[in-house]
Design a protein around this ligand. Sequence first.
Ligand SMILES: Cc1ncc(COP(=O)(O)O)c(C=O)c1O
Length: 476
Amino acid sequence: MTAAEDPASPNNGLSDVYASPSMTTRAPRAHFPLHEEDPRDVYQLVNDELMLDGVARMNLATFCTTWVEPEVRQLMADSLEKNIIDKDEYPQTAELESRCVHMLADLFNSPDAARTMGTSTTGSSEAAMLGGLAAKWRWKANRIAAGRSTASPNFVCGPVQVCWEKFGRYFDVETRQVPMNEQYVMTPEEAVAQCDENTIAVVVTFGQTFTGLFENVSAISAALDDLQERTGLDVPIHVDAASGGFVAPFCAAEIEWDFRLPRVKSINASGHKTGLAPIGSGWVIWRERADLPDELVFNVNYLGGEMATFNLNFSRPGGKVISSYYLFLRLGREGYRNIQAATYQVAQHLASGIAALGRCELVFGGDPSLGIPAVTWKLGVGEHAHNLFDLAEELRTRGWLVPAYTLPAGQDAVVVQRIIVRHGFSIDMADLLLEDMRRGMAKLDDRPPSRKLTDAEGAGFHHDAVPAVAAEPVTR
Ligand SMILES: Cc1ncc(COP(=O)(O)O)c(C=O)c1O
């Protein structure tokens, strides 16, 4: 008999939830509970704890989806128990994944969109690692064929998201990260200067995490063409289009950043960022079938036959892929363009509002030809009664999460604040935020902090997971 069924129990379904044993004793924290409890009471307990979390849609730090249509929620609920790896059991989910891969290859201008390879992933991190691994295996095959050493692979990048530092460390590839310059994005000259015969790829970020700016893929590609002409080194490009991949095709189609450039061999994009799918959705697509080395492919059962898989995970939820297929069909190019154009419009509205506050200097103002729908700013030169960490804390009192952080090595004296404008953030909400910024600054002017917050105190938000153990120095 469970506690709920026991008429002698205070928790027999008649008692108030807050008078139940679950609520009148401390919730277990470090020991595995001995007994079962009533689901109603435990649900309430868990739900109450979660009140301490912020409101997702007011979290302007995240790139990830925080608003979806009811149909997406329904499809997610309908597919709760579908495991994407069970291709034989759920062949139609597998079919939808395959259709999404080819649709994305088409969107990214693959010369062989109908036949090339790609896969869904848990996010851009897994997708980036698969792109990096494929580059490593292609490089290794070429080196073995040439009778050269495969001992010291490296990859070259500008200021990247931490997934690339993880890739380097987990898969033993030297990370040659160009420090951030005053333009904030890696230049073609900086990229080329780091390349040598052991470079598996240059990773170009199309929608930089720290500022929102696009790195210039076509200029870096042209510089690598020139390097090949001069030295014979043929260095491929992987584009990390985690957030740029689902905006530029719709709002800045003229930018050549994708498979239109023959040197671009693979692209990762986050379905759960500008792709508008629920969290847990990423994609990696290869230019052509031959760009994905066979060594990375494993086969699983599929309708009595075999189907290729190449993921770091085995079991994964199918709902993210199903919702992505829904979104591609529901929105098409027109719908994505409408949504992303609206987010850029809000970003630009915020940018002019922030500039009008009179003390901030824009780093990026949400121009679709330069970056993703985001706004990034720093304090202008001169003395200020507060810094951006203080302002971020002030905004927190109204529920807004607008991160302040120092830029990466090279520009680490610069503190910026950044807003990622996502589907579901309206002009009206932007105006409420601007009003709170105005009010917060006025309060900080009126009652200046006795001491400004430091980076360590103020940075409740971090882009980067800091490695527990520093990397070993690389000897070249
Ligand atoms: C440029 C870039 N690459 C990769 C990632 C990691 O993506 P995910 O969170 O989907 O693993 C991010 C996340 O913000 C990013 O901005």
